[in-house]
Each structure stands twice: as C-alpha cells, then as structure tokens.
Design a protein around this ligand. Sequence first.
Ligand code: ZN
Length: 83
Amino acid sequence: MPIYVYKAKEDGCDSCKDGFEVFQTMSEKELTKCPQCGQPIKKVPANFGGGEPSMSNSKLRDLGFTKLVKRGDGSYENVTKQN
Ligand SMILES: [Zn+2]
C-alpha cells in the first residue's frame, strides 16, 4: 500500500505540525484535513529519508514524525504515539 506524507499548512497538532505518514489505497482520496485536529494539511513528497520504503515507527518518532494507520472503522490510529 502506498504511503503518503502530510504536513500541516500552518499550525497543527502534535501529529501534523511536523508531518505524518498515512497508508492509503490508490482509490482513497487525498486528505485535506488532519484526521486528528482538522487543520488543513498538504501532501509532501514521501521520499524523505533517502528513499527508504518506510522507516520504523520508532525512527519516525525520533525524527518528530507521526504515523497514522487507518483502522477498519475509518478512524486513524497514531502508531508512533508514546505511551
Ligand atoms: Zn493535526
């Protein structure tokens, strides 16, 4: 499944202000709002990190990124959230 990276256009929440990854199918629409705070977001090139297919959740977290994974019920889970 392709990974898309989104970032808040202006101020956002902890998830989107530094960017977050989302797994989406090709048929899904591009997100325009952060699923967590509703702020406007934009898609950014997903090839940061030197073209790695995907970084580990802990690596993403270290870099200040958030990864959201869509669950079956349509909500998004923040898998990089620290407990
Ligand atoms: Zn947000």
